[in-house]
Ligand binder design. Structure first.
Ligand SMILES: Nc1ncnc2c1ncn2[C@@H]1O[C@H](COP(=O)(O)OP(=O)(O)OP(=O)(O)O)[C@@H](O)[C@H]1O
Ligand SMILES: O=c1[nH]c(=O)c2[nH+]cn([C@@H]3O[C@H](COP(=O)(O)O)[C@@H](O)[C@H]3O)c2[nH]1
Ligand SMILES: NC(=O)CC[C@H](N)C(=O)O
Ligand SMILES: [Mg+2]
Length: 518
C-alpha cells in the first residue's frame, strides 16, 4: 500500500495534516521528527510531509535526518518544515522583524503545487503563523509565491519534487489548503486514493487472526462507538474466541446497561458478560474528591475486573480495547516538548504494569470518523455508530468532587431528560439537536442554592448542561442550542427530579475549558 509519512516538529496542528491526507483516502502516519532514517526507509513512504513547529531551525536541535532528502521521494515542508529544508540544503533562514500571524494573500506564479487552485487573481488566501522566514533559497529552488512581508512564501525544486510553503495548508482558514495537500499527495507523490474502510476490513481481519492465533480475547465493551466497532471487527476475525465484558461501575447513564446488552444481542451475536461491579467501584471512590485520583481509581478497577473475568476463561491472553489514533498521538513518545498531562484517560497510560494480558487494539491507526465508517461497513446500525461518545469513567467525572450514589441517581435522571429533548427538538431540516451536536450531557454540581417551588422554599443542587460541536474532540465550540430547547429541559429537570432546583448552561469552549468538567 502506498503511504505518506508526516514528521512532526511539534506543531499544534500536525494531526490536521494527517486528517487531510486520510480524507484524501491515502494512508499516512504521523511520527516524531527524530524518526531514524532506518525506520523511515522501513516505512517506505511515497512522500514525506514535514510539519510546522515552535522552534527556530538555526538554533534548535529539532533536526530530522537529512538522509530523508536522498530517498528520491517528494517532500513538502510546511512552515518550520520548509525552513528546515532551506536550512539543511544550503539556504538561509533568518528571524523576521515581525511575527506574521493570521490571514495573508500569497501571489503565485505557475507551479505544480498550486496550479489551478486560484482564479485570475493568481492569489491564494492562506493562514500564516511564523516569525522566521527563508531569506535565501537553497540551490535548485525557485520562488513561486510571495506576500508583501514574506518574499519566499512558496519555494519549489521541481526536479527533486521538493516543495515548501510558509503558510499552513492543513487549517481550514487556508481556503484551498485541502486541494493543495491533495495535489501533493495524489499528483506529485502519485499515490492512489485506495484507503477506504471497506478495503481495510480484510487487511485488519488478517492481522488480528495472525496476532491472536488460537488464544481467547477479552474485550472491554462500553457500548460506545470505538469498543463496539472493535468488537464487531474482532468478532468477524475470530468469532467465538472473543468474549466481551461490559462493566457496570454504577456510573452509567439511565438504562444504559440494559440498552447495551439488548443492542449487542440484537446486532452482533457476540458473547457479552455483564459484570455488576458497582459496589467495588463506589466503595473505592468513597471519600475521594480529587479528579485525577478518581480517574486513576476507576482505571485500576476496570483492569481489576478484566483480569478477574479473563481468569474464568481457559485461554485468555489478550485484552482488546477501542483505543483510537488520537489517543495514541496524544500520548506519543519521542516528542521533546512533552505535552502537558491535562487528564488521564483511563484506557491509555492508566494500565498497570503487572497486567498479564497483552493488548489488542485494532483501531489504533484510525480517526473517529474512520472508526464510524468502518462500523457502517461492518454492518452496525446507525444509532450505534453515531452515538455521542461516553467517557469510560462515566458519571464519575460528571459528578464534581466526591461521588455518591445519591448524586449519581439525580444526575442520571437529569441527563436522560436532556438527551430525550435533544432528540425531540429538530431544526428546519428535520435534523435533531442530538445529531447536530457531537457530545451532550448533564453535570452534577454539589452546591446548593435557594429556590421557590409551589410557594415553598427549596434548598437543592445545581445541574449544568453541556453540549459541544467538534470533529475531533481536541477542540470544541459550545453548541448554540435554541432557547426553547433549553427552557423545556430546565423545566422538566426541575419539575421531575426532586433534589435539583437550578439548571445552568455551560458556554465555554475547549480550549480554554475541556469537554468534561473533570
Ligand atoms: N463500562 C465499560 N465496560 C467495559 N469497558 C469499558 C467501559 N467503558 C470504557 N471501556 C473501555 O475503555 C475504552 C475507552 O473508552 P472510550 O469511551 O474512549 O471509547 P468507547 O466507549 O469505546 O467509545 P466512545 O468514545 O464512543 O465512548 C473502550 O473502548 C472500552 O474498551
Ligand atoms: O474513555 C474515556 N476515558 C476518559 O478517561 C475520558 N476523559 C474524557 N473523555 C472523553 O474525551 C473527550 C475529550 O474530553 P476532554 O475535553 O474532557 O478531555 C470527550 O469526548 C470526553 O468524554 C474520556 N473518555
Ligand atoms: N508555525 C511554524 O512552523 C513556525 C516556525 C518557526 N518557529 C517560526 O516562527 O517561523
Ligand atoms: Mg465511551
Amino acid at each position: 500500500m502506498d503511504k505518506i509519512l508526516i514528521l512532526d516538529f511539534g506543531s499544534q496542528v500536525a494531526q490536521l495534516i494527517a486528517r487531510r491526507v486520510r480524507e484524501a483516502h491515502v494512508y499516512c502516519e504521523l511520527h516524531p521528527f527524530d524518526m531514524s532514517l532506518a525506520d523511515i526507509k522501513a516505512f517506505n513512504p511515497s512522500g514525506i510531509i514535514l510539519s510546522g513547529g515552535p522552534n527556530s531551525v538555526y538554533e534548535s536541535d529539532y533536526q530530522a535526518d537529512t538522509g530523508l532528502l536522498e530517498l528520491g521521494v517528494p517532500v513538502l515542508g510546511i512552515c518550520y518544515g520548509m525552513q528546515w529544508m532551506a536550512h539543511v540544503m544550503g539556504g538561509e533562514v533568518t528571524p523576521g522583524n515581525q511575527r506574521e500571524f493570521g490571514y495573508a494573500e500569497v501571489a503565485i506564479e505557475p507551479n505544480r503545487l498550486t496550479d489551478g487552485l486560484s482564479d485570475d487573481s493568481h492569489m491564494l488566501e492562506v493562514w500564516m503563523s511564523h516569525g522566521d522566514k527563508v531569506a535565501k533559497l537553497p540551490q535548485g529552488f525557485d520562488v513561486v509565491g510571495h506576500t508583501p512581508s514574506c518574499p519566499i512564501a512558496i519555494m519549489q525544486n521541481p526536479t527533486k519534487n521538493f516543495y515548501g510553503v510558509q503558510f499552513h495548508p492543513e487549517v481550514t482558514h487556508t481556503i484551498k489548503g485541502r486541494e493543495l495537500l491533495n495535489r501533493f499527495v495524489l499528483d506529485i507523490c502519485a499515490v492512489k486514493p485506495s484507503w477506504t474502510m471497506p478495503n481495510y476490513i480484510d487487511e485488519a481481519i488478517a492481522k488480528i487472526r495472525e496476532q491472536v492465533g488460537t488464544d481467547d480475547v477479552i474485550l472491554g465493551l462500553s457500548g460506545g462507538v470505538d469498543s463496539s466497532v472493535a468488537a464487531a471487527l474482532i468478532h468477524r476475525a475470530i468469532g467465538d474466541q472473543l468474549t466481551c465484558v461490559f462493566v457496570d461501575h454504577g456510573l452509567l447513564r439511565l438504562n444504559e446497561g440494559k440498552m447495551v446488552m439488548d443492542m449487542f444481542a440484537r446486532n452482533l451475536g457476540v458473547k457479552v458478560i455483564h459484570v455488576d461491579a458497582s459496589v467495588d467501584f463506589m466503595g473505592k471512590l468513597a471519600g475521594e474528591t480529587d479528579p485525577e485520583k478518581k480517574r486513576k481509581i476507576i482505571g485500576a478497577e476496570f483492569v481489576e475486573v478484566f483480569q478477574r473475568e479473563s481468569g474464568k476463561l481457559t485461554n485468555a491472553k489478550w485484552l482488546a480495547q477501542g483505543t483510537i489514533y488520537p489517543d495514541v498521538i496524544e500520548s506519543a513518545g519521542g516528542k521533546k516538548n512533552k505535552a502537558h498531562a491535562i487528564k488521564s484517560h483511563h484506557n491509555v497510560g492508566g494500565l498497570p504494569e503487572d497486567m498479564h494480558l497483552q493488548l489488542l487494539e485494532p483501531l489504533r491507526d484510525l480517526f473517529k470518523d474512520e472508526v464510524r465508517e468502518l462500523g457502517v461497513a461492518l454492518g452496525l446500525p446507525r444509532e450505534m455508530v453515531y452515538r455521542h461518545p461516553f467517557p469510560g469513567p462515566g458519571l464519575g467525572v460528571r459528578i464534581l468532587g466526591e461521588v455518591k450514589a445519591e448524586y449519581a441517581d439525580l444526575l442520571r435522571r437529569a441527563d436522560d431528560i436532556f438527551i430525550q429533548e435533544l432528540r425531540n427538538f429538530k431544526d428546519e431540516q428535520g435534523v435533531s439537536w442530538y445529531d447536530k451536536t457531537s457530545q451532550a450531557f448533564a453535570v452534577f454540581l454539589p452546591v446548593k442554592s435557594v429556590g421557590v417551588m409551589g410557594d415553598g422554599r427549596t434548598y437543592d443542587y445545581v445541574v449544568a448542561l453541556r453540549a459541544v460541536i467538534t470533529n475531533d474532540f481536541m477542540t470544541a465550540h459550545w453548541a448554540h442550542l435554541p432557547y426553547d430547547l433549553l427552557g423545556t429541559v430546565s423545566n422538566r429537570i426541575i419539575n421531575e427530579v426532586r433534589g435539583i432546583n437550578r439548571v445552568v448552561y455551560d458556554v465555554s469552549g475547549k480550549p480554554p475549558a475541556t469537554i468534561e468538567w473533570e
